[in-house]
Every structure is written in structure tokens, then in C-alpha cells.
Design a protein around this ligand. Structure first.
Ligand code: FES
Length: 154
């Protein structure tokens, strides 16, 4: 049995409408946590959305569905989607239809794939997590790193 101290719990991570849930992934390393992002039908439109407590930005661009860590590579603050030039503090559920992200701590700006384009985080990028679509549901495997150009098989 796995020690509770080795588990990464993301309790309370969910927005009510998405019914986030947690389960350990039996065939992955201890650091990987499966986060349920709800039905695939809720992820058909182009957008970037922050799940603050899970520190995940779920997104769909022209290439498909993907997920990134919301942890800023500079000093670990939460990166958030932003619709305009003003970078606001992160709020759970913050959503944008434009591919622009920012970190309000020190003003780093990121493109839609999580590459820091300005500010002290540049030129680092957000880590991307594997996304699984199965049985009509979307799961982000937080901790299972993939390349930035990887999109979920739908
Ligand atoms: S922690 Fe994000 S810019 Fe410094």
C-alpha cells in the first residue's frame, strides 16, 4: 500500500460543472495523478481554462486538445489565461479564447502552447501533461510529461 505521504492529492480541484475527480494511475509513477476533466463534449471549442488548485491549464487549439502545468517556470506562481493586455491574478476557471497566458507575479507572458515570450520566465515553457480521452471522458495525467506539440487522440 502506498504511503499517504507519497500521494499527491488535489482535493477540491474541480469546478462544480466538471465534477473533477481523482484516482491514482496504477501503471504510472507515484508522482502521476489522474485528474478527470469531464465529458469530451465540454471540450469541443477552442479555449484555454485554468484549474487553479490542480495547477492545470486545459486547452484546445487548432491542432487539438492538450493540457499544461499552470506552474510558472520562473518562481512557481500560477499562470493563467488572459484575454487582454492586463495580467490579472489567477482565478479558478479563468477562461480565454485567445492563446495568451500570463503570470501576474512578475509579469511573464506566454503563448498558447506555454512558451514564455517575455518577462523573467522567458524563454522557458510550461510542462505539458498527457491527456487521455476514453469512454467519452477527458483525463489529464498530471506528472506524465509530453512534448508541447502532442495532442490527445480523440
Ligand atoms: S513566478 Fe511567474 S514570472 Fe515570476
Amino acid at each position: 500500500m502506498t504511503s499517504p505521504s507519497r500521494r499527491r492529492w488535489l482535493a477540491g480541484a474541480g469546478a462544480a460543472s466538471l465534477a473533477l475527480g481523482l484516482s491514482r494511475c496504477a501503471d504510472e509513477a507515484d508522482a502521476v495523478v489522474a485528474v478527470d476533466m469531464g465529458p469530451i463534449d465540454g471540450w469541443r471549442e477552442r479555449r484555454w481554462r485554468l484549474f487553479e488548485q490542480a495547477r492545470v491549464i486545459m486547452a484546445r487549439d487548432a491542432a487539438g486538445l492538450f493540457a499544461m502545468s499552470a506552474t510558472c517556470p520562473h518562481q512557481g506562481c500560477v499562470v493563467s489565461p488572459t484575454a487582454g493586455a492586463v495580467c490579472l491574478p489567477p482565478q479558478d476557471g479563468a477562461t480565454s479564447t485567445t492563446p495568451t497566458l500570463c503570470c501576474a507575479c512578475h509579469g511573464s507572458a506566454f503563448d498558447g502552447e506555454g512558451l514564455a515570450t517575455s518577462g523573467p520566465a522567458a524563454p522557458q515553457r510550461l510542462m505539458h501533461w498527457r491527456v487521455v480521452v476514453e469512454g467519452g471522458r477527458v483525463t489529464v495525467m498530471v506528472g506524465a510529461r509530453v512534448a508541447a506539440n502532442v495532442r490527445a487522440a480523440e
